[in-house]
Design a protein around this ligand. Sequence first.
Ligand code: MG
Length: 259
Amino acid sequence: MKKTVSIAFLIFSFFYGSALAQQPVLKALDGDKMIPGLTEIMDPEVTIIQPGIKDSDAPSDAIILFGGSDINSEWTDNKGAPSKWIVKDGSLVCVKGSGVIKTKRKFSNFQLHIEWKTPSEVSGDGQGRGNSGIFMQELYELQVLDSYNNRTYRHGQAGSFYKQFAPLVNVSRKPGEWQTYDVIYTAPTFNNDTTTFFTPPRVTVLHNGVLVQNNVSLRGPTVYVGIPEYFIKKHGAGSLVLQDHGNPVAYRNIWMREL
Ligand code: MG
């Protein structure tokens, strides 16, 4: 009997400890008695990492994409040349006309922490005030904008996925104050025809610690004009891209955990 229970336990452990762990609990094999140990899996132990002192600090397994001084190790311009964005007071500042910057590394599924600040000296309005953006896999823009007392179309403000999903709330801080995005991104998969998603990209975003995108399914790569569904193309891993929209938006403390 003991041997039977042991085999049943091993079989049960395999399924319960795998991706099926989210499924309803499996029944023990015929003749076995359900005991607490059948649902208490010890191995493999969950990986131990060291948290930051503050929640915004990178944990020990994160890739530091910008830590306050070096831009060239992780970033280039759109053509792979050194970026013309500048490092000032520990932050990475967009230079008008210099174009986007992109990570040398390419990513699929990830957790991203990034902090950003629009200029304290307000100029322009609508989409012209403190505009930048963070593109997942080079294609899907999480909007960065000064949305403090600055109305624009609802799915184009800070916290939106540009022209696809408005944020659940506008939790913007004043211009010149640091703000945070924490993003959980799941890359799309594609059908064999390469033009349609099998599973679309999914994304959850916290803006200043508040949920603004709740596991939304993106409809396609971001477009300025038209409907995104028309422009789906199969793609693999991609860079994280920061947009030059002509405003000196600053970034700092950028870290990524691949999932
Ligand atoms: Mg933008």
